[in-house]
Structures are given as structure tokens and as C-alpha cells.
Design a protein around this ligand. Structure first.
Ligand code: ADQ
Length: 481
């Protein structure tokens, strides 16, 4: 079996891959353990030029080598904070109003990709399969190819891919797409993302696109993951490459088990006691403008305004630790959210009632799952989201005998699979408040039915299926040496 090399902006630590860290780290590490290989990327540290150039640092964990490098302050500013998170992230989430473009940051982005690729080359063996993750590393295959690497290289995009017109707001859009064409296989979270990439290739790059298999039609029903082939064969910029849809999942039974085990822990009992019999709506996100937090608070406010019988009877707990706080737009969203929470609480709080509890700290993963299990509604309403694993984790954590209801944005990738959710448009505050009311009053039988529909989808397409499908497709795509 060929060895696997995983490349991602951040590398999980060996401890994170074992414990309760995000499912993705555990899932990718599972594939690395089976095949043996290397996990390569940034350590998360900002270091001096001498230290950066001395890397990578190697840590061995059984058959897996963790190879990490530090970034200099300049590289961090241009590659990570700049072009990745102040240009690509907002535009790929359709927020070009929040994006900025600086030529020197883009140059830094390409320079760091080339430098990282150069660092990795020495660790690559001729038959290794290379799997690159996410928007920070779009030019990575091109950089490897220019170092003479002829291995199979696949890329998975965790975030949405924007429609051509939106992508074109980034001045070097064509160079980015050209770089993507240096991969052998491109994986997207949803059919819409894949289609947007195909559209660019057909219309802007004058390439050819062949779509194999039956495309799933968007609409009310769920896309049946794993049952529909969604393969594209593209020719563009002198290369042939394949595309596919690989919906990332979770390990639902493990989450269910852990959530149940934590049910009687003190933090859950404390929460229950503090709610004094009120219903609980739970939201958990990284603090990010793509997650629709302000719109969510405002829809909750509408519920209290238009249905006074719910005042004092329902609490919204929003957990949202700050991320990327050195990017300007993240400071703005934080201030706006704190203002909205304060305003709404000022309006509807009583001496013994606070409608919104806004907690800006990180929580242990299993603790979160047990809080999901306690709540009657999972409120997941991003404005745009590649998949949104919180939605899947919420479903998996429910008590099958008394499950809560998922209220989910149509703009989360997960909406294509979770037919048992109440789907909402996050721009429609009234629609969202009606969905909340519907969820809060739903009879047990209907809740169970919806839960089972969702759980079946999660089991059919768990994290292992996502990983194995991508890797087996990458191993079989015809490959240009
Ligand atoms: P994220 O934008 O980080 O990921 P999401 O998929 O919702 O979004 O969360 C990833 C993980 O972080 C989940 O396991 C979740 O439990 C955890 N998490 C989120 N908020 C947390 C908090 N407050 N405390 C502790 N843990 C928290 C990107 C894309 C998504 C895509 C994933 C995976 O933006 O669309 O689903 O990658 O591909």
C-alpha cells in the first residue's frame, strides 16, 4: 500500500489525534495510521527566520511522522492573516464586501506555499499519495510540480467554492484556478461548489467539462451521500483533472456514546438547575461573520417579541470563542454580537431570566456534546458554510428516546443531507423565529422520526466513508506523470 502524506495549514498534535479533539484530526490520523506516512504543515508558532528555516521538526508516532515548521511574522501576516483570511475566506463565503486585496500579501501567499513545498520535497517517496487540505494551500501542488514531484496529489476544499463572478473579485483569480488544475483530484463539500468550479472552467478558462453519473438535484429531499456518483473530468490549462463531491461527516455512534456518558456530569447538572425547567436552544460556532450569529440573535428576539408566551420559558445559549482576532473584520463582528446580546437581554431579561447566554470561551468537545443532548433545539444558521460539522454533531448527540430538533440554514453544506432538519433561510428573521417555535413545540413522534432520518444519513456517510472515498478515488484517477 502506498504511503500517505497529508498537508494542511495546521497540523494536529499527536495528543490531539487521540483525545477528544475535532473529529477531522481523528479521521485523517486514522488514514495515516493505516497507510503510514507524514502529516506536514505549520506548527502554529510564529518564529525567527533562523528557526523557520531550520525546520521541519519531526515527531514520530508509530508509523506516522508529524512534520511541522514555524512561520516568520512576515509570512504569518501575508500568507495566513492576509491573503488566506482577509481575501480568500471572505470571498469564498460570498462576503466580498469584507475582503481586501493586497498584492504583497498575495505574493507572500505564493511564496509561503513554494517554501512549504520545498520543505516537504525531501520527505516524499516516489509512490506516496499526497492529500492537501483547504484554501491556504491552493498553489501547493503547482509548487511541488515545479520541484519535480510527479506523485498523485489531491486537494479537498473544506469551505464553499464561489460562483465565477464572485471569484473574479479576487484579481489573480485565474492564477488561482490554474493552480488548482495542477492537482489530480479536487474534492468539494457539495454539488453546488463543484458546479461553481466547473462553471469557471467552462466559461472563463475555456476548458472542457464532462460530468459523469447522475447529478443530484437540489431541493427539499436529501442528497443520498454515497449513492450518487458525482464525478467531473476536466481539461484545462493543458492538464486533465478529476473533481468529486465528498461530504465530510462525523463518527455518529462515538458521539452518541460520549454524549450519553457525560450526561450525569456536574456541568450538565449545573446547567439543568440554572435553566429552572426552561427550554434550551443551543448554538456553537467559532466567532465568524460567516456563521450568521447576529441574524440568529435577531430571529430569537422576534420569537420573544411576537410570541410573548415564550418569554421567560426559553433560553438561547450561544458558545462562540473568538478566532482570528487580529483580522479587522473579526473585531467588528465581535463588538456587534456583544451589542446585540446586550440589547436583547436588556429588553427581555427579568430578575431571574436572561434570554441569551453568550459565552465566548472554548469548550471541551465531549462537554459540548453533552450540552447538545440536554437541549431541545440545535440552532445552526450560517450565512454560508462548507459543511458545518456542529449540525451533524448536534444530531448525533441526541437522546434517541427524547431527541431535540435541528434548525438548519439552507446555506450550510449539511442541509443537502439532513432531510430531518427544519431548514431555514438565515436572511429571513420571521421564518427563523417560526421554525424555532415549530421546533420548541414539536411532538415526540415527529422529533423521533426526524432524528432517525438524520441519523441514517450520518451513519451512511460518516467521516470514515468521506476519507476512504476520497483516497480510493485519488488512488484510481488516471494520473499524468
Ligand atoms: P469550521 O468553520 O471550523 O470548519 P465547523 O464544521 O462547524 O466549522 O466546526 C468544526 C469543528 O469545530 C467541530 O467539530 C466543532 O465541534 C468544533 N467547534 C466549533 N465551535 C466550537 C467551540 N465553540 N468550542 C469547541 N469546539 C468548537 C471548516 C468549514 C466547515 C466544515 C469544516 C470541516 O468552515 O464548513 O464543516 O471545516 O470540513
Amino acid at each position: 500500500m502506498a504511503r500517505l502524506i497529508v498537508v494542511s495549514n495546521r497540523v494536529a498534535t499527536p495528543t490531539e489525534t487521540k483525545g477528544s479533539a475535532g473529529g477531522l484530526a481523528v479521521g485523517v490520523f486514522g488514514a495515516l495510521k493505516d497507510a503510514g506516512g507524514v502529516w506536514f504543515g505549520w506548527s502554529g508558532d510564529v518564529v525567527s527566520e533562523t528557526v523557520a528555516n531550520a525546520g521541519p521538526t519531526l515527531d514520530q508516532e508509530g508509523p506516522v511522522t508529524f512534520a511541522t515548521v514555524g512561520l516568520t511574522k512576515k509570512d504569518y501576516d501575508q500568507y495566513y492573516r492576509g491573503f488566506s483570511n482577509a481575501t480568500l475566506w471572505p470571498v469564498f463565503h460570498y462576503r466580498n464586501d469584507l475582503a481586501r486585496y493586497e498584492r504583497d500579501e498575495y505574493a507572500g501567499y505564493r511564496r509561503v506555499n513554494a517554501w512549504l513545498a520545498h520543505k516537504l520535497v525531501k520527505l516524499i517517496e516516489p509512490d506516496d499519495i499526497i492529500w492537501v487540505h483547504d484554501y491556504h494551500l491552493i498553489p501547493f501542488a503547482e509548487a511541488l510540480r515545479s520541484e519535480g514531484v510527479r506523485n498523485r496529489i489531491g486537494f479537498f476544499l473544506h469551505i464553499p467554492f464561489p460562483s465565477p463572478q464572485v471569484l473574479q473579485t479576487i484579481p489573480p483569480h485565474e492564477e488561482l484556478v490554474k493552480s488548482l488544475c495542477c492537482y489530480d483530484l479536487l474534492g468539494f463539500q457539495t454539488r453546488n461548489d463543484q458546479q461553481a468550479f466547473h462553471d469557471y472552467i467552462a466559461r472563463e478558462a475555456h476548458g472542457t467539462v464532462r460530468e459523469l453519473g447522475e447529478a443530484t438535484k437540489p431541493g427539499k429531499g436529501a442528497e443520498t451521500a454515497g449513492e450518487v456518483e458525482e464525478e467531473g473530468v476536466l481539461e484545462a490549462y493543458g492538464r486533465t483533472l478529476h473533481t468529486g463531491v465528498y461530504r465530510i461527516g462525523v463518527f455518529p455512534d462515538e458521539i452518541a456514546e460520549q454524549a450519553a456518558r457525560y450526561e450525569s456530569r456536574q456541568h450538565v447538572l449545573d446547567l439543568k438547575q440554572s435553566l429552572e425547567g426552561r427550554k434550551l436552544i443551543m448554538s456553537v460556532d467559532r466567532l465568524d461573520y460567516s456563521k450568521g450569529l447576529v441574524e440568529r440573535f435577531q430571529a430569537f428576539e422576534q420569537l420573544l417579541e411576537h410570541s410573548p408566551e415564550w418569554r421567560g420559558k426559553v433560553t438561547l445559549v450561544q458558545i462562540a470563542p473568538p478566532t482570528r482576532s487580529d483580522v479587522a473584520s473579526y473585531k467588528v463582528i465581535r463588538e456587534e454580537l456583544e451589542r446585540e446580546a446586550g440589547r436583547i437581554n436588556g429588553r427581555y431579561s427579568g430578575l431571574d431570566y436572561t434570554p441569551i447566554r453568550y459565552l465566548s470561551q472554548q469548550y471541551d468537545r465531549w462537554k459540548l456534546m453533552s450540552l447538545f443532548r440536554e437541549s431541545q433545539v440545535g440552532y445552526v444558521t450560517p450565512l454560508h458554510d462548507g459543511m458545518n460539522l456542529v449540525a451533524k454533531e448536534y444530531v448525533a448527540a441526541q437522546n434517541p428516546e427524547d431527541p431535540g430538533v435541528l434548525v438548519l440554514s439552507i446555506f450550510a453544506g449539511a442541509a443537502a443531507e439532513l432531510a430531518g432538519a427544519l431548514l431555514v433561510n438565515p436572511h429571513d428573521a420571521t421564518g427563523m423565529s417560526e421554525a424555532l417555535e415549530h421546533a420548541l413545540s414539536m411532538p415526540l413522534e415527529e422529533r423521533k422520526e426526524r432524528y432517525h432520518t438524520n441519523m441514517e444519513a450520518l451513519r451512511r456517510n460518516d467521516l470514515g466513508v468521506w476519507r476512504d472515498r476520497f483516497l480510493s478515488d485519488l488512488a484510481r484517477v488516471p494520473h499524468q506523470r
